[in-house]
Design a protein around this ligand. Structure first.
Ligand SMILES: [Fe+2]
Ligand SMILES: [Fe+2]
Length: 232
């Protein structure tokens, strides 16, 4: 069965038309009658990590400002932490906890890793709860110490970079050893149903757009600004 979770067709058509491997790629990946390409569960989780990493960049930008004695933009921090709360905690990590980690735990493989990943999800929830509480309270005139917010943001970044990197390079690449093709496909359907239930059609694209808008407001949207200046 071809899953109905589809990448924006226009963007892909343009991208693939520019590559010599267009025909090969089309032949390998399932698509519907309009040529939209299905997204596998692993690819799905990895691109959600991309959203997480972009939020880490937003947090870093705010921290840099705070280090230079600039007032934090509490609304930006709140909006970003809310994406973490709803999309990462409420959806992405829930999928991992309910559908990915149990596959390894049942097979008694990588269980030290899943234990740590579960603990880190819990720690992440506590940090985000504090980040949300603080950034919201600040908007309403709280006198809380901004150092506490900075500390929580730093702890969050420090934990989630290795967390997502380990899932991307160790856990997710091992997943297919422990489930059948059919189970893998069914997993994709479950992910898709949950995403649509929580975020509607084009849920992922809409979340990315929200992140982009925040990046633009901070002047960190243009990818080229991360290229080293001058001659290398
Ligand atoms: Fe995770
Ligand atoms: Fe993850």
């Amino acid at each position: 069965m071809i899953r109905r979770r589809l990448i924006l067709p226009g963007l892909l058509t343009t991208l693939f038309a520019l590559t010599a491997g267009f025909n090969n790629l089309s032949a390998q990946q399932p698509s519907d009658q309009e040529g939209n390409i299905a997204v596998s569960p692993i690819e799905d989780l990895m691109r959600e990590h991309g959203v997480l990493r972009r939020i880490l960049l937003i947090y870093e930008k705010e921290l840099k400002g705070m280090d230079n004695d600039k007032n934090p933009q509490y609304d930006v921090i709140f909006k970003s932490a809310n994406i973490i709360h709803e999309f990462i905690e409420g959806y992405h990590e829930k999928l991992e906890e309910d559908h990915i980690f149990p596959i390894f735990e049942k097979a008694v493989k990588l269980t030290d890793l899943t234990k740590t990943l579960r603990e880190q999800h819990e720690a992440g929830r506590k940090l985000t709860r504090e980040i949300l509480r603080f950034s919201k309270a600040k908007e309403t005139g709280s006198k809380d110490n901004p150092n506490a917010l900075a500390g929580n943001l730093r702890s969050f970044i420090k934990m989630y970079r290795p967390h997502a990197a380990r899932e991307d390079t160790v856990l997710l690449p091992a997943l297919r050893k422990f489930i059948s093709e059919k189970e893998y496909d069914e997993l994709g359907d479950k992910f898709e149903d949950k995403e649509r239930e929580l975020f509607g059609e084009n849920g992922f694209e809409n979340i990315v757009k929200e992140v982009e808008d925040i990046e633009k407001s901070l002047g960190i949207y243009e990818l080229s600004r991360f290229t080293p200046a001058g001659k290398l």
